[in-house]
Design a protein. Structure first.
Lengths: 558, 182
């Protein structure tokens, strides 16, 4: 048996399907470039990590005085200095050496920021021909345009990001710590003095620190702050006279975060200095313009109207009921579907799931058969252009006490195969197959609470050769209901659906195996399952049900 | 090495070994789309590290993919398993039972925990010894052996045919949801 399985495994692996993407290398490089750009803010934010308001620094030795300074004092002085410098051109250079040694860095970076504009000039390996010049302009916080000039390839790429809402910096958590901003496609913010000051406020509680006054940095008397966050160590030197940052650096054993250091300068906004923000676009370079990508956001409230539903055909009471359901679906498609599903069976199978489903937004809580929480998951799907979607998920794993956040994009054709047509539903049902499987795989960002199961029932009722029993005058959880029973002998089960007798909205469903038949899944017994549905109007309070609370003590919560 | 030459070297590598690398990525990640994402993530890491001396790009790329996969890269798979309405990668229906079995085994493989799946892929697809697989995964040979053994045992357990008529191609309606919840 073991040898057979290993042989089968090898055969399976030989035939594993692949789906090559064109230009995967160049796309990787582009993403690398993009991430490097947004890492800028994280680098600057490091200056703040070293500051901890809880730490008291004893200062002695100043001529003629002896007093105690706290980090709050340092922070206050630095913020005041940065506020005063907000009208200056902020200049940062990164020379590729860390503050404690001389680790070579392949990149040399110069960065200028003023108002809503920034420019970053990157030279690789000291080669003057391998230069990237990236110009960013943020338009009223809602869109940034990015022009990247590649001197080696003699190309110019223009693209940017559109933000549905004016981006704001986080006011809590450890925003900007490595791993935070770096995964963003763009932050819509220019790293300037005011952002730097704001990030300091947000980050002040994130690290522990030590400080040393009266240090010398390039001939300037400075306060040296040394902070730790995770396995990263930060160093910031602050001019003791002006309280402006003059340098920072960080080191980390993480191979993805090479050591580096930065020098700060604050330039008066003279014409000559402002000209530094407008890099030239050389003649003769190939110019490519990409449409801006759209930043993902939670689509609340949802303005889109209900989707078009396939036409119901057929005659008789079942088809009539299907038509009534169709009319209701047009309304419930804009509501929040709240489901409670219970699956009975062996401990490895038994589950309880609560779901809230709204166009583009799904939240599911699961717990085991004993009611112990397992997970709380949010999935937000946004259309970001023709036939392309972006999905962002947050998984709160109560078993391992961790939080996972991921995002992925894809074509709508892959992620959203669409609803089967009524003939397809009928053909599958007639063959003893399960049309719900198709609907389950056909989550549509627009459809959302159109409720796959309700659509299936509606189409099922209209199928000419499917035998269902319709019974009125029933009760389901105290509500007057219509019961639709669908015996499925080929599957040894019977599915029962309950519809609201007044609105024809789905109230619930049950699936039970026939007496004497035991259904197995992975060696475990599967018992009957039941589902209760409620339809909630998209009020602010109900929309809040779609948010997943993140326990702050869980790993990855910040 | 400058950007253009580095890109060219990687493109040359993919032109020569792309199919095998992509299949490896697919197996490690559990599906073709996620495999391409894994490959892209590994390439991206190479760009970050290109200042360091990467003397053997193919080996470096492979090791990066192994490490990413073994570390539970793209653990988002968990939400796909837990949310009934999210699509799984579509597979075209195939009329032969043999293909169904292969698809079934492939799905089971993709459902294994990352380290078990990585150990199995390295041992049975990459044909690495336990020692070589351990070096690639950054763990001991004993860990590889245990992960591969547990993975195989789990596959064997899950691949037992269910006591259900073989002519029934799909699971019952609520069984679909039950599977998604487990």
């Amino acid at each position: 048996m073991s040898i057979d399985l290993e042989r089968e495994l090898r055969e399976v692996m030989e035939r594993a399907p692949i789906s090559p993407r064109p230009n995967v290398v160049k796309e990787s490089y582009r993403r690398f470039r993009r991430r490097r750009l947004v890492t800028r803010a994280a680098l600057a934010a490091g200056a703040a990590v070293a500051v901890s308001a809880a730490t008291v620094i004893a200062v002695t030795g100043l001529p003629g005085q002896q007093h105690v300074e706290t980090t709050a004092y340092v922070l206050s002085q630095m913020n005041s200095a940065l506020a005063a410098a907000s009208g200056d051109v902020m200049y940062i250079s990164q020379d590729g050496t860390d503050p404690t040694g001389s680790t070579p860095n392949p990149e040399s970076i110069q960065y200028w920021a003023y108002g809503s504009q920034s420019r970053m000039l990157t030279t690789y390996d000291g080669a003057k021909s391998d230069v990237w010049d990236t110009l960013t302009h943020v338009k009223q916080g809602l869109e940034d345009s990015v022009v990247s000039v590649n001197y080696h390839q003699r190309t110019v790429v223009k693209d940017g990001t559109i933000f549905p809402h004016v981006p704001t910096q986080s006011t809590g958590g450890c925003y900007g710590i490595p791993g935070g901003l770096q995964d963003s496609p763009g932050n819509g913010l220019i790293e300037n003095a005011s952002l730097l000051a704001g990030l300091m406020h947000a980050l002040v509680h994130c690290g522990s620190m030590s400080a040393a006054w009266h240090q010398r940095f390039d001939g300037t008397q400075a306060v040296e702050l040394t902070g730790h966050y995770g396995n990263t160590t930060w160093h910031v030197w602050i001019d003791e006279a002006t309280f402006l940052p003059i340098a920072d650096g960080f080191s980390s054993p993480d191979a993805d975060q090479p050591s580096s250091s930065e020098r700060y300068a604050w330039l008066a906004p003279t014409a000559a200095h402002l000209a530094l923000l407008t890099g030239p676009i050389p003649a003769g370079f190939t110019v490519t313009t990409h449409p801006p990508t759209v930043q993902v956001s939670v689509p609340h409230p949802k303005p889109a109207g209900p989707p078009a539903l396939p036409t119901v055909w057929g005659t008789g009471p079942a088809a009539a009921l299907a038509r009534r359901m169709g009319a209701t679906l047009s309304l419930t498609g804009q509501e929040i579907l709240a489901e409670r599903q219970v699956v009975a069976g062996s401990p490895s199978v038994a589950r309880v799931a609560l779901s809230w489903i709204y166009p583009g937004d799904v939240r599911t809580q699961t717990s085991d058969g004993a009611g112990k929480p397992e997970s709380d998951t949010s999935l937000i799907t946004t259309l970001i252009g023709h036939n392309r979607i972006k999905q962002v998920s947050t998984v709160v794993d109560y078993v391992h006490k961790q939080v996972l956040r991921t995002s992925a994009g894809g074509t709508a054709g892959v992620w959203n195969p669409g609803l089967p047509t009524p003939p397809e539903v009928c053909a599958k049902a007639a063959a003893g197959q399960d049309p719900v499987g198709d609907y389950s795989g056909g989550f549509s960002p627009q459809y959302g609470a159109g409720d796959s199961a309700a659509v299936m029932i509606r189409d099922l009722l209209a199928c000419p050769h499917i035998s269902v029993t319709i019974a009125g005058g029933q009760k389901f959880s105290g509500t007057s209901a219509i019961r639709v029973t669908w015996p499925r002998p080929a599957l040894h089960s019977t599915d029962t659906f309950w519809l609201d007798a007044s609105t024809y909205a789905l109230l619930g469903m049950t699936s039970a195996t026939d007496p004497g038949y035991v259904q197995h899944q992975g060696g475990a017994d599967v018992g009957p399952s039941s589902l209760q549905a409620r339809w909630l109007p998209p009020t602010k309070a109900n929309l809040a049900l779609l948010n997943v609370p993140v326990p702050p003590s869980f790993a990855g919560a910040s | 090495m400058d950007s253009e030459r580095f890109i060219a070297a990687l493109e040359e590598l993919l032109a020569a070994k792309g199919e095998h690398l992509r299949r490896t990525a697919t197996l490690l990640a559990g599906g073709p789309d996620d495999g391409e994402d894994l490959l892209q993530a590994a390439l991206e890491r190479m760009f970050r590290r290109r200042g360091a001396a990467i003397t053997e790009p193919e080996g470096y790329l492979r090791r990066t993919m192994y490490n990413l996969a073994a570390d539970g890269w793209r653990r988002k798979q968990s939400w796909r398993d837990k949310i009934p309405l999210v699509s799984q990668p579509a597979t075209a229906p195939d009329p032969t039972g043999a293909v169904d079995d292969r698809d079934h085994l492939m799905r089971l493989l993709s459902g294994l925990p990352p380290r078990q799946r990585t150990a199995i892929v390295l041992r049975y697809w990459e044909d690495l010894s336990e020692e070589d697989a351990a070096r690639a995964m950054g763990c001991s040979a004993g860990t590889v052996k245990a992960a591969a053994s547990r993975g195989l045992a789990r596959l064997r357990e899950l691949s037992q045919p269910p006591p259900r008529p073989s002519l029934v191609p799909d699971a019952p309606a609520r069984d679909t949801q039950a599977r998604n919840l487990s």
